[in-house]
Design a protein around this ligand. Structure first.
Ligand SMILES: *[C@@H]1O[C@H](CO)[C@@H](O)[C@H](O)[C@H]1NC(C)=O
Ligand SMILES: *[C@@H]1O[C@H](CO)[C@@H](O)[C@H](O)[C@H]1NC(C)=O
Ligand SMILES: *[C@@H]1O[C@H](CO)[C@@H](O)[C@H](O)[C@H]1NC(C)=O
Ligand SMILES: *[C@@H]1O[C@H](CO)[C@@H](O)[C@H](O)[C@H]1NC(C)=O
Ligand SMILES: *[C@@H]1O[C@H](CO)[C@@H](O)[C@H](O)[C@H]1NC(C)=O
Ligand SMILES: *[C@@H]1O[C@H](CO)[C@@H](O)[C@H](O)[C@H]1NC(C)=O
Ligand SMILES: *[C@@H]1O[C@H](CO)[C@@H](O)[C@H](O)[C@H]1NC(C)=O
Ligand SMILES: *[C@@H]1O[C@H](CO)[C@@H](O)[C@H](O)[C@H]1NC(C)=O
Ligand SMILES: *[C@@H]1O[C@H](CO)[C@@H](O)[C@H](O)[C@H]1NC(C)=O
Ligand SMILES: *[C@@H]1O[C@H](CO)[C@@H](O)[C@H](O)[C@H]1NC(C)=O
Ligand SMILES: *[C@@H]1O[C@H](CO)[C@@H](O)[C@H](O)[C@H]1NC(C)=O
Ligand SMILES: *[C@@H]1O[C@H](CO)[C@@H](O)[C@H](O)[C@H]1NC(C)=O
Ligand SMILES: [Cu+2]
Length: 632
């Protein structure tokens, strides 16, 4: 009796294998000069000598093999497939020091995985130090093996991103710098539409397009809209949702919106496809060349290109994704087994640099990739301690429902992404910008959650507010949860979920090639976070964060001190001229011009006699000229 269904299922399994394709990509990175926005030529990361990187398009169930050779002489690399579950292939999730070692120059890593149960719009990108913002990224589309729950005629991908006229590796040392004590993010110059400024989309009349809009940026959310056309949202982050029509979309970095756009019958006119930076995320607009960008929906190539189509309505009328309803109506997990509460804070440490913290910890990578620790730690794998005390690691039990409560004590918006899962959005608090203090989630306040909550993999939290998400720990692996603003990830805004480590040990291993990469990079892959293989509970010499500011010396104090030093040397006019957000080489110039005493004053982090905070911050004339990030 039992053999019948078994036979049938193995028949379909066989059929599935026959129908599944394997896609092999041999990719080599290199630097090359490109000019995506037509305004500035600079080095970007090329793929096999070409730019931009290709889109990947596969069918549900297919195998993908990416043979990635690092041809960059001066940087490591890695590749993450954003939104893919990587079930039983955690080793290919692409996060340096969590699921693999960074790929050093001249080495080749083979990523080899299937996409058995996912479809929709995803993307891939380097997960090494902001590198993807230099161009190493592309769309990853998985065609549904079944029919989509909506009709369309054409399937079109569209990537959007902010663009910098500087290499990220040049911006990082200016950003993570004591002369940028407020943590002001570098200011991008333009916006790209399918990798060009003022792009065009050639359309046919009376046609329903499935437009897959993917924000492949590393910083800014964007508002998008099309003159005289509406969007019908049918999927977000690979999850089908009940159709919802809107004129304006708000898309954070890493989010995807699949929308239907029906074109007009009349082909006499072309229409503006607008992109607009979320200006609230910028500390200053100095340095922005195009805050908005006008692209063209072209019906008729002999008709004139459209003018900018501007309206302020986007601010109030953009679709709130919280209210979307997934088509397969998964009910809210009615309770959680394990709750993780994390508070976001931005603050300075003793080196004067502005860091980002979850519960007072700024993520510092371990000495051994956490997956290597899982696989080498035997019975200790369920003990959080072995993953280090500065990685913000949480061990999850098999199949438990996890509720993650995130309180945002910062005054900015942040788009958070969970690897290895999609999650239910149980609650998202309103914008509390105007509140003096942040408003944390209050468990005892009355609240009715949606019956069929929104499900996605990247969700923003509003200023000084909170969100709550739930998911089932049914995908054993080491999964990163982090802010997708690359600047904030560099500041340490991440936690690590070690999901069912015992099952990882049973079902997963790493390839020889995976180990070769670690060896080539001189990184151990066995041992605890301190690379100790003898005593897994001994974390001596683990990587830890910089120590706190000395007592009585606050972040505000250091800001005032730095600014008063700069002002003293250069004078206010120069500072006001440069602005504080992007100060190309300014800190170096200032530092070079400091007197030995002043340098000493900035250098001596350990000295308790530093000018006391009152005195420093009373220099309000100087302070008042700069934009301060609140939240500390
Ligand atoms: C990838 O490279 C290997 C070895 O160099 C070669 O055998 C294979 O044909 C290449 N595949 C593709 C798709 O280029
Ligand atoms: C990957 O590329 C390298 C270098 O071209 C080649 O030696 C190797 O055989 C390739 N591997 C696969 C799986 O294609
Ligand atoms: C590459 O990674 C190794 C190991 O983490 C590190 O020591 C090295 O500094 C990195 N190289 C660069 C250029 O960042
Ligand atoms: C990488 O290979 C090239 C060519 O073989 C060589 O010139 C270069 O020194 C190598 N770089 C490293 C970091 O090993
Ligand atoms: C990819 O993984 C499959 C399944 O483990 C294996 O059979 C195949 O040999 C692998 N291919 C490469 C190029 O590593
Ligand atoms: C964007 O580029 C992709 C290929 O790179 C192309 O298939 C697609 O049609 C373009 N999208 C638009 C809206 O033009
Ligand atoms: C557009 O044209 C098609 C056929 O050419 C017609 O069926 C349809 O009703 C027209 N739509 C509008 C809005 O006029
Ligand atoms: C859009 O950007 C352009 C160029 O930066 C600017 O001239 C224009 O005023 C902007 N439009 C609006 C309404 O902000
Ligand atoms: C691109 O669009 C912006 C904003 O609408 C406009 O100010 C600018 O002139 C356009 N640039 C080009 C090269 O067309
Ligand atoms: C569509 O979105 C609006 C506003 O975001 C929401 O009120 C409404 O319930 C949604 N409807 C559906 C069917 O998703
Ligand atoms: C963060 O540190 C402060 C002061 O050191 C302490 O009062 C607070 O309890 C800590 N919060 C968490 C969540 O660890
Ligand atoms: C975040 O803000 C809330 C409300 O002001 C406060 O209770 C909490 O301690 C803060 N968290 C941290 C880590 O500072
Ligand atoms: Cu952030």
């Amino acid at each position: 009796m039992r053999s019948v269904p078994l036979l049938i299922s193995s028949f379909f399994l066989l059929l599935g294998n026959v129908l599944a394709d394997t896609h092999v990509y041999n990719w080599t990175t290199s630097w090359g000069k490109e000019n995506p926005d037509g305004l500035h030529k600079m080095d970007v990361v090329l793929c096999n000598g070409e730019y931009p990187w290709p889109d990947i398009r596969v069918k549900e169930g297919d195998r993908v093999i990416i043979n990635l050779t690092n041809g960059l002489p001066d940087q490591n690399t890695s590749l993450h497939f954003h939104g893919l579950f990587q079930e039983n292939t955690n080793e290919y999730d692409g996060v340096p020091m969590l699921t693999q070692c960074d790929i050093p120059p001249n080495e080749t890593m083979v990523y080899n995985f299937t996409v058995p149960d996912q479809h929709g719009s995803y993307w891939y990108h380097s997960h090494t130090k902001g590198q993807y913002m230099d161009g190493m990224r592309g769309a990853f589309i998985i065609e549904d093996k079944d029919d989509a729950p909506f009709d369309y005629d054409e399937d079109v991908t569209l990537t959007i991103t902010e663009w910098y006229h500087s290499m990220i590796s040049d911006l990082i040392p200016e950003f993570l710098n004591r002369f940028n004590p407020t943590g002001a993010e570098p200011i991008p110059q333009t916006l790209l539409f399918n990798n060009t400024l003022n792009g065009t989309w050639n359309v046919k009349p009376d046609t329903t397009y499935l437009l897959r809009i993917i924000n492949i940026g590393g910083f800014l959310s964007q508002y998008v809209w099309i003159e005289d056309h509406s969007f019908t949202v049918v999927a977000v982050d690979g999850v089908y949702v009940e159709p919802n029509e809107t004129d304006y979309l708000y898309i954070t970095v890493a989010q995807r919106y699949d929308v239907l756009v029906h074109t007009k019958n009349d082909t006499s006119k072309n229409y503006a496809f607008m992109q607009k930076m979320d200006e609230d995320m910028l500390d200053t607009t100095d340095g922005v060349i195009h805050m908005n960008s006008t692209n063209a929906v072209v019906y008729n190539s002999s008709a004139p290109l459209p003018d900018e189509y501007y309206s302020d309505n986007y601010l109030d009328d953009f679709l709130d994704d919280f209210y979307l309803v997934p088509v397969d109506k998964q009910e809210l997990y009615d309770d959680y087994d394990y709750q993780i509460k994390i508070d976001v804070v931005m603050d300075n440490l003793d080196d004067g640099i502005n860091y980002a913290f979850f519960n007072n910890i700024t993520y510092v990578a371990p000495k051994v990739p956490a997956l290597g620790t899982v696989l080498s730690s035997g019975n200790y794998s369920t003990n959080e301690l072995v993953y280090g005390t500065n990685t913000n690691s949480f061990v999850l039990q098999k199949d438990e429902v996890v509720e993650l409560v995130l309180n945002n004590n910062d005054t900015g918006k942040h788009p958070f992404h969970l690897h290895g899962h999609v999650f239910q959005v149980v609650e998202r608090g309103p914008d509390y910008t105007d509140s003096e203090d942040p408003v944390p989630y209050n468990e005892s306040a009355p609240y009715t959650a949606p019956e069929y909550p929104m499900i996605r993999d990247t969700l923003y939290v509003r200023p000084q507010s909170y969100f709550r998400i739930r998911f089932k720990a049914d995908n054993p692996g080491v999964w990163y949860f982090h802010c997708h603003i690359e600047w904030h990830l560099l500041q340490g805004l991440a936690i690590v979920l070690i999901e069912d480590p015992e099952q990882i040990q049973k079902d997963q291993s790493v390839s020889e090639n995976w180990k070769d990469i670690c060896n080539a990079n001189g990184v151990p892959y066995d041992g605890n976070a301190a690379a100790n293989t003898n005593n897994f509970l001994d974390l001596t010499n683990q990587n830890v964060q910089v120590k706190n500011l000395p007592a009585g010396f606050t972040a505000r104090g250091i800001v005032a001190l730095v600014f008063s030093c700069i002002a003293g040397i250069l004078g206010c006019a120069a500072i006001c001229y440069y602005g504080m957000a992007q100060i190309p080489d300014m800190e170096k110039k200032v530092y070079a011009e400091l007197s030995p005493e002043e340098r000493l004053m900035l250098d001596k982090e350990d000295d308790d006699d530093i000018e006391d905070e009152e005195e420093a911050s009373s220099d309000s004339k100087i302070k008042g000229r700069f934009i301060f990030r609140e939240g500390w």
